[in-house]
Design a protein around this ligand. Structure first.
Ligand code: PNW
Length: 488
């Protein structure tokens, strides 16, 4: 039954809400006896690694400092009309200068790990050629600060800030030269950081930076490639990953683990029948054919090659060997799903079931609220490819965060999102899917690419004028999850 409130009653209720928001929250911690009940069936495996994530261009600022060269994101964000309000990452969260305070935010959460990315143009201002040791020094300082605070560093080598010079000279990832330059850069960094950094990700999200940047033109470098040119660009990106894995292995200290952070498309059986589950597993290979599947299997699927015909990428057997260099772990970024059903009439054996118009989503229009993605994603990776060590390298959501009168952001929508997604992740770990850790995106609000500063993903609110960070309700929630190693 739907309750109808008069306008006045509603205003009153809203007033009560506002009042509640200004008073102290009751202690979140339950009594000891309640705690055992609350955590039954909610625990994560012992030693589960809880962390947060950010990326260089989204938080660092200081784009001209200490010899950093320009990246394609500097160029793109400074081109009028490319980002909301023409926002740029020139200052962003000024993390380059404020990193020590940001490490304290992590510590206050009790987080045990931090996933950050290294800006290639800080280390090699032109992408290749002479290195800039001052650029790497920033990451030396950051890593030391993390370790001094008991936080394990997980470093990503490429989170989209490609040196502009490589774009100018080789067409960026359109050119094989970029794959080679990436491997050289990876080897250089691995040699210098792996005495302290034990987990390295090569590339973040082929599925986003190639598709959105080189195909849809919505991210840097703003190209709209099709056909063979697009497929060849995709191929050079996975080749860059594979060559980088080899370079890291050749130069890293022993005990270094290498992996990837890919935003797989996660097919979810629309109704959990055996036929639909099998269709979702077929769909997992095909929907990720140009990226994770070729990396894990060392071949493009027959369907991918056949459906692309003369536009299929050109490659050598040697390329495929490099691309599928064995990984120590698989990182997957998961925000949303793709429903599928069995369809014997389609050659691939499955059909997409699109989200209807009314399907709930976050302010980011692509972010459909689909907690089951966090169950099926890792399950597919473990089942199809036998992965033994999986990390959720990103998960989180945007929200229309507004500080209340007391300055706090009561982001109950984000808390609800996280709780329901984590419940599905726990279903996976309880079934033995080897998920070893989870990195919440993001530690704090930051530059959300083409959306500028309008879509906030942080669990800390950032006032960009003062650079003040304030924990949101979701930070309180996450602190409890970490403390209990369980969903709360
Ligand atoms: C990821 N999609 O991007 C990135 O790794 C982050 O840098 C970014 O801030 C975060 O997710 C939130 O957007 C994505 O269209 C961009 O499905 C687009 C999609 C997914 C992830």
């Amino acid at each position: 039954m739907k309750r109808k409130f008069s306008r006045r009653t509603f205003a009153k209720l809203a007033g009560v809400g506002a009042l509640a928001a200004t008073t102290e929250l009751p202690q979140l911690g339950p009594t000891a006896s309640a705690q055992s009940n609350m955590t039954t069936g909610r625990e994560f495996p012992r030693g589960f690694l809880w962390g947060t994530a950010t990326a260089s261009y989204q938080v660092e600022g200081a784009v001209k400092e200490d010899g950093r060269g320009p990246s394609i994101w500097d160029t793109f964000s400074h081109t009028p009309g490319k980002t909301v309000n023409n926002a740029t990452g020139d200052v962003a969260n000024d993390h380059y200068h404020l990193y020590k305070g940001d490490v304290q935010l992590m510590k206050a959460l009790g987080a045990k790990a931090y996933r950050f990315s290294i800006a290639w143009p800080r280390v090699f201002p032109n992408g290749d050629g002479p290195p800039n040791p001052k650029g790497l020094d920033f990451y030396n300082r950051l890593v030391d600060e993390l370790l001094a605070n008991g936080i394990q560093p997980f470093a990503t080598l490429y989170h989209w800030d490609l040196p502009q010079s490589l774009q100018d000279r080789f067409g960026g990832w359109e050119g094989r030269e970029t794959s080679k330059a990436f491997a050289d850069y990876a080897g250089y960094v691995a040699q210098r950081l792996t005495d302290r950094v034990k987990h390295i990700f090569t590339i973040n999200e082929f599925g986003a930076f190639i598709e959105v940047g080189y195909r849809w033109g919505v991210h840097a470098p703003g190209l709209r490639l099709t056909g063979l040119r697009l497929n060849q660009t995709r191929h050079h990106a996975v080749l860059g990953h594979g060559l980088a894995v080899q370079a890291i292995r050749a130069s890293a200290k022993s005990g270094t683990k290498v992996g990837i952070a890919e935003n797989i498309t996660v097919p979810v059986p629309v109704v959990e029948t055996p036929q639909n589950v099998a269709a979702a597993e077929r769909a997992m290979r095909e929907m990720n054919a140009q990226y994770l599947t070729v990396i894990m299997e060392g071949k493009y699927t027959d369907w991918y090659l056949k459906s692309n015909g003369a536009d299929a990428p050109k490659f050598t057997p040697e390329d495929l060997k490099s691309i599928s260099s064995p990984l120590d772990f698989v990182g997957i970024n998961i925000y949303t799903n793709q429903f599928v059903r069995a369809d014997e009439s389609s050659p691939a054996g499955f059909a997409h079931v699109p989200h209807p118009k009314s399907f709930p989503h976050a302010p980011s229009p692509w972010l459909f609220i689909t907690p089951d993605a966090l169950y099926w994603g890792p399950r597919h990776v473990a089942k199809l490819w036998g992965a033994k060590e999986i990390y959720i390298t990103e998960n989180g959501c945007s929200a229309a965060d507004e500080p209340a009168a007391d300055g706090k952001v009561y982001d109950t929508d984000r808390v609800t999102y996280l709780r329901s997604y984590l419940t599905q992740l726990r279903r996976a770990t309880a079934e033995g899917v080897p998920v070893r850790g989870y990195f919440l995106w993001s530690l704090m609000d930051n530059f959300e690419w083409a959306d500028g500063y309008t879509n906030r993903f942080g669990i800390h609110y950032v006032d960009y004028a003062s650079q003040k960070r304030t924990p949101k309700l979701s930070a309180d929630f996450y602190r409890e999850v970490i403390a209990r190693n369980a969903i709360v």
